[in-house]
Design a protein around this ligand. Structure first.
Ligand code: FEO
Ligand code: CA
Ligand code: CA
Length: 697
């Protein structure tokens, strides 16, 4: 039924993370509807999984993967095929009940400690955090705000060079800032230059050296020594463009007439790791940092509009006024600066002097993250979500193959793999199209499912879209995917790859505009109108080949309160399932259990207030497939932004983003005082079992 939409997520989140995008019309007006005439036959999962499955999984935190070690001045270790991992018992823990506690809650028998929080020193000699006298100069040396994606890459133990299980580098995205929670008496109509400077320096990424505490599952920061790897990336750090669109006229500005060099990375949301030891980071909601769109040249406006840039008021609600500190954020003066964000960034955490790269072959959109898997023939595949309502799922397949040697030539070769290949967008077909009415009832064939195909947008040096040049396809990828006929999805966020058989899991977070007046109705891949709780997509590439151009798909989990009939947990008994809402980041443990972080829990408690977000674990195989259990909850107003599970399965590092982000809360009147009892501070928390216990068992 058509209805008038409205934002379901906290308005405070909308204002700061996406510039109130949720209160505006979603920018996809392509009218794309999925083709129902794709292969309609039920696809045999067994048949699809029967192919060669020799791929290497290096997913966003794919826990069983031996992440290669590549310390400075030495070659990365040879990537190894996904190991079967330790033989683990089934998940067995007492779920954390839904709650609204201003605390991180873990099951009985687990321990937790804050590892690092906003403002803690990162660079050698960085000042201690001083909230009342924070400066941009201090913040550039300290842990940034709103940590999102995190991962750990290994370092050898200085005393046991072959032991990569005792030291590592934590790599973290800092997605955005909550100025009203950072600064006392913040006036969002007239922020000071000093406040803008602090906020700019609190964006970006951090690299921080870690070490294991004794032989326990606990990890801590390395505080002493030269800290040669520790690094902050901010909006002032030089990066370079690589790939087919580098140097394009669309990327040239007054400050960079060659279109090859850009200052900073913005809105870094999720990410991934590569087999060659680098970390990928997705630039997501970059649009709302810019003003002046209405005065931009007419030729630039269709693309600005398609990416959601404000084109009317100069400083709409939520504007950070960055144009007053740096004119490149004024599109009236520098319209192409908009095109220089929205990319996948590749960072070498082992070289603190390295220049991070924006990989243009992976397209430009509101990148959630990039999850890498290596196909059986050695080609590298990246799965990419565009996190906005009615946007698309993409993948990139490299032209060249991964070289598994350790020579300088091998390393140079591998570091170019993401610069040349084919970029696709996904189109979904259905088996039960006529039965989908938006209410969420399961079709007669027992599944939301179908098949699909990957639509090529760009291939090597060729545009695959009539009327668009190659650089236009890569810079204005949403417009290219519109023309190709990609299927609009309910906010495609993170992707995780099953460590054994390479099934692809995609979180579709929510979409309260689905079925609204003038907006696309429900379809089998997005089966609920006013989708407040989201769902999880399982995608099986034909032949189990990540480079395939067709796939089968189904929805194993349709989220929400299990008491709601419009939920589905792979057929598992709903009375023993935890409520789960708004799946966001995904990762697998070594045994193939999916761990889901949530952002924006819309399941409410007795008082009508939403429960806190959390981390959930669910088997995707066997008799417990679909049994979602809550492992952890985060404080009031926080998002459980991401989790990294260590390969030995003893430790989880979890990213607690924007605690206290509640409408009306300020630094002077906080809604959360986590973690220290005074100011709310985003932080990374380490969770481990006492003794030798394994997570979740
Ligand atoms: Fe930054 Fe899609 O979450
Ligand atoms: Ca069906
Ligand atoms: Ca996210």
């Amino acid at each position: 039924m058509a209805r008038t939409p409205g934002p379901s997520r906290s308005l405070a989140t909308c204002r700061h993370r996406c510039g109130l995008a949720c209160a505006r019309t979603a920018p996809n007006r392509s009218g794309n509807t999925p083709f129902g005439d794709l292969v309609r036959a039920e696809v045999s999962r067994r048949g699809l999984l029967g192919g060669a499955l020799g791929a290497l999984v290096i997913g966003a935190g794919a826990a069983c993967t031996a992440v290669p070690s590549a310390p400075r001045d030495s070659a990365p270790a040879t990537p190894t095929a996904a190991s079967p991992g330790p033989s683990l018992a089934p998940l067995a823990f007492e779920p954390v009940p839904p709650n609204r506690d201003d605390a991180v809650r873990v099951p009985d028998g687990y321990r937790q400690r804050v590892l690092i929080r906003w403002g803690d020193p990162v660079l050698p000699g960085a000042p201690e955090f001083d909230h009342e006298r924070q400066t941009a100069a201090a913040q550039r040396q300290q842990f940034g705000y709103n940590n999102d994606y995190l991962t750990v890459v290994p370092l050898p133990d200085p005393e046991r060079a072959d032991d990569h299980g005792r030291r590592g580098l934590l790599v973290v995205n800092h997605e955005y800032t909550n100025e009203e929670l950072i600064f006392r008496r913040y006036d969002d109509k007239a922020p000071t230059a000093a406040q803008i400077g602090v906020a700019m320096a609190a964006h970006g990424m951090s690299v921080v050296e870690l070490e294991r505490v004794g032989d326990t599952g606990e990890w801590r920061l390395v505080r002493s020594g030269a800290l040669p790897y520790n690094r902050r990336i901010t909006v002032e750090t030089p990066l370079e463009f690589t790939g087919p669109a580098a140097g394009s006229a669309l990327l040239r500005t007054a400050a960079d007439p060659d279109g090859r060099r850009v200052l900073g990375t913005l809105s870094n949301c999720s990410g991934g790791v590569t087999p060659w030891g680098t970390v990928l980071s997705g630039e997501e909601n970059f649009d709302h940092y810019f003003v002046g769109g209405d005065e931009a040249p007419a030729a630039a406006k269709p693309a600005l509009d398609r990416y959601g840039f404000h084109t009317k008021r100069r400083h709409p609600p939520g504007s950070r006024h960055w144009d007053t500190a740096d004119e490149r954020f004024d599109l009236a003066q520098h319209p192409n600066e908009a095109n220089r964000f929205g990319w996948i960034v590749e960072l070498d955490p082992y070289d603190s002097e390295s220049v991070p790269r924006k990989r243009t072959a992976l397209g430009r959109f509101k990148h959630e993250g990039a999850t890498i898997v290596v196909a059986g023939d050695g080609r590298v595949v990246a799965y990419l979500g565009d996190d906005e309502r009615f946007e698309y799922l993409y993948k990139f397949v490299s032209e060249e193959r991964l070289q598994t040697g350790d020579s300088a030539d091998d390393r140079r070769h591998n570091r170019g793999l993401l610069d040349r290949g084919t970029l696709y967008a996904a189109e979904f077909g259905f088996t039960s199209a006529g039965e989908i009415d938006g209410a969420g009832a399961l079709p007669d064939d027992g599944a939301f499912n179908g098949s699909g195909r990957w639509l090529p947008l760009a291939q090597g040096e060729l545009s695959m879209i009539d009327g668009m040049a190659l650089d236009e396809v890569l810079v204005h990828t949403r417009l290219a995917a519109d023309r190709a006929g990609a299927t609009p999805l309910d906010r495609p966020e993170d992707v995780a790859i099953h460590p054994r058989d390479h099934r692809v899991y995609v979180s579709l977070s929510n979409n309260d505009y689905r079925g609204a007046v003038g907006r696309p109705a429900a379809d089998e891949a997005n089966p609920r109108h006013d989708n407040k709780h989201g769902h999880v997509l399982e995608l099986i590439e034909t032949g189990g080949d990540p480079a395939a151009d067709t796939f089968a798909w189904s929805l194993p989990i349709v989220c929400g309160d299990p008491d709601d009939p419009a939920t589905y947990f792979a057929g598992f008994d709903k009375t023993s399932v935890s409520p789960i809402s708004c799946p966001d980041n995904l990762t697998f443990d070594a045994d193939g259990n999916l761990w889901i972080s949530t952002d924006g829990n819309a399941v409410t408690g007795p008082g009508g207030d939403p429960y806190n977000d959390g981390l959930f674990a669910v088997p995707v195989d066997g008799p417990e497939r679909g049994r979602v259990r809550q492992f952890l909850s985060v404080p009031i107003g926080a998002e459980q932004a991401s989790a990294y599970l260590t390969p030995d399965q003893r430790t989880a590092l979890v990213s607690v983003q924007h605690p206290g982000e509640v409408g009306g809360a300020t630094a002077d009147r906080p809604a959360s005082t986590w973690p220290d009892g005074d100011l709310a501070r985003p932080a990374v928390v380490v969770v481990w079992r006492a003794g030798d216990g394994l997570l979740g068992r």
